[in-house]
Design a binder for this molecule. Structure first.
Ligand SMILES: C[S@@+](CC[C@H](N)C(=O)[O-])C[C@H]1O[C@@H](n2cnc3c(N)ncnc32)[C@H](O)[C@@H]1O
Length: 277
């Protein structure tokens, strides 16, 4: 288990430290909070079309989606005609991705693999590797190196890596946002408390979630999680890629950048890198 408690901030740290009954610290992207996360992010689809277009501009190809989560990009890639292998470490996320593939009728163009992307070796090459939803930024240091080794192991010469990250904006200050979302799960009702804390000076962006559900007998259970995205400048990312024989050929701003109410946490940059060695 990742040390979730060290990622908790503000009210979430308070909940974590209180040692409340029926409170469980859970892995990010697993359990009830994993399902909640997927439901929310699967509604955000504006980047999926971009991944599908950029993956193999010459026509449908073989695409590897690392950290596929609930399958929003992987399924869109398959709908665009690509043959997709979707990889994730979480059984909850993979099950959601498989369900989505069936709903969109693209299961025959998809394969699903449960594995750790830092050690994955499928023994075959792809035309493109996609890593969406800021997943690259979950990894830092040796883990980032291992992830990029996985990318180069699976990319055919001339193949493309497509991913997003969330670099700091010019003069960006620290920012924090906390909000609640009501939820209902069968006979239980409650809410999820969601918070993000972005500290560009420390390269960190935390996301915390706490789900509280009360059943008919008024018993409340709580799940709490926290994870960190690392903030990198575009230059730093380019240097890391170059060390892995990957050269950035295009950078696109988030198509939603500038939308009303948007926070720096969602001002993403989308990069296309090609394998040059
Ligand atoms: C931020 S979510 C992004 C999901 C999806 N790509 C999207 O855009 O909606 C990150 C995903 O990475 C997965 N993940 C985290 N660490 C992993 C690892 N070491 N190996 C495989 N999957 C991992 C999580 O289970 C989660 O589904």
């Amino acid at each position: 288990m990742a040390d979730i408690a060290q990622h908790l901030f503000g009210p979430f740290a308070g909940i974590g430290a209180l040692d409340l009954p029926n409170t469980e610290l859970v892995e990010p992207f697993d359990g009830l909070l994993g399902m909640f996360y997927t439901k929310i992010v699967n509604q955000a689809g504006h980047d999926n079309a971009w991944f599908a277009e950029q993956a193999a501009p010459a026509g449908p190809g073989r695409v590897l989606d690392l950290c596929c989560g609930g399958g929003r990009s992987a399924v869109e890639l398959a709908r665009a005609g690509h043959e997709v292998t979707a990889v994730d470490i979480s059984p909850i996320q993979l099950a959601a991705a498989q369900k989505r593939a069936a709903e969109f009728g693209v299961t025959d163009r998809m394969a699903f693999v449960r594995a750790d992307v830092t050690t994955l070796d499928l023994g075959r090459a792809f035309d493109a590797v996609v890593i969406g939803g800021l997943s690259v930024t979950l990894f830092d240091g040796d883990a980032r190196t291992a992830l990029l080794d996985t990318v180069t192991r699976h990319l055919a010469p001339g193949g493309r890596l497509l991913f997003d990250h969330a670099p700091a904006q010019p003069d960006e200050q620290e920012s924090e946002k906390v909000f609640t979302v009501p939820i209902r799960l069968r006979e239980r009702t409650g809410f999820v408390l969601v918070g993000t804390l972005r500290r560009p000076g420390l390269r960190t962006q935390f996301t915390n979630m706490s789900a509280e559900l009360t059943d008919k007998e008024c018993r409340t259970t709580r799940q709490l999680t926290g994870f960190r995205f690392w903030i990198d400048s575009t230059e730093r990312v380019k240097e890391e890629l170059a060390r892995h024989g990957l050269s950035v050929v295009a950078a696109h701003r988030d198509p939603e950048a500038g939308a009303e109410g948007q926070s720096p946490a969602t001002m993403r940059e989308f990069l296309v890198a090609e394998r040059v060695t």
